[in-house]
Design a protein around this ligand. Structure first.
Ligand SMILES: [Zn+2]
Length: 189
């Protein structure tokens, strides 16, 4: 990966909301993204229960609206970083996964694996609530099976972010699997 971590610094800390014993330490890292932009990643981590969370702030955001596509064919691709802005929609057609635009803070910054885990969890809960003779079960089980393979890098799929406002990112582990298609002004309302 050609991105470069510039600096890490810890500014201040606060009490952990999960274990209420540890201290949440905040570290900031600035990255140069391959397309020339800069992003700031803020990491929160508890020193006792290891609860952690990330947030990301684009510093020189490329606000070009468009469609970003990432082909995922192996385990390394699962580590590609994903930032979906509140106006971006995210989909994986092969797994029937669609995340519509919306200000879901916990979905802002993650990697492909994180998205799959979250989806697997949601589908599993949905599956548990179905009656055993529900007609959807076969289809749901097929999705869960494919998701399990996807998490091991054994299921090929394409992750697509459609962003009409710009500001979403995919930071691919393998640049050759990434493509960006700019919206022409006439396609925007
Ligand atoms: Zn804690």
């Amino acid at each position: 990966m050609s991105k470069r971590a510039e600096k890490t610094e810890i500014n201040y800390s606060f009490k952990c909301p999960i274990c209420s014993e540890g201290k949440i330490e905040i570290s900031k890292v600035t990255y140069d993204v391959p397309d020339g932009d800069k992003i700031l990643i803020i990491k929160f981590e508890c020193n006792i229960c290891y609860y952690s969370n990330n947030d990301i702030i684009p510093l020189t955001t490329n606000f070009t609206p468009g469609i970003m596509k990432l082909k995922v064919t192996n385990e390394d691709d699962l580590k590609s970083k994903i930032y979906r802005s509140p106006v971006g929609s995210l989909e994986i057609p092969e797994l029937e996964l669609v995340v519509n635009p919306g200000p879901r803070a916990d979905f802002y910054y993650t990697n492909v694996e994180g998205i799959l885990f979250r989806f697997e969890n949601a589908v599993s809960i949905y599956r548990k609530n179905l009656e055993e003779d529900d007609a959807q079960i076969e289809e749901i089980d097929k999705i869960l099976q494919d998701l399990g393979k996807a998490l091991k890098g054994e299921f090929k799929f394409t992750l697509i972010i459609t962003d009409t406002g710009g500001g979403s990112y995919i930071i691919p582990n393998d640049k050759s699997k990434y493509s960006f298609e700019k919206f022409e002004p006439k396609e925007l309302n």
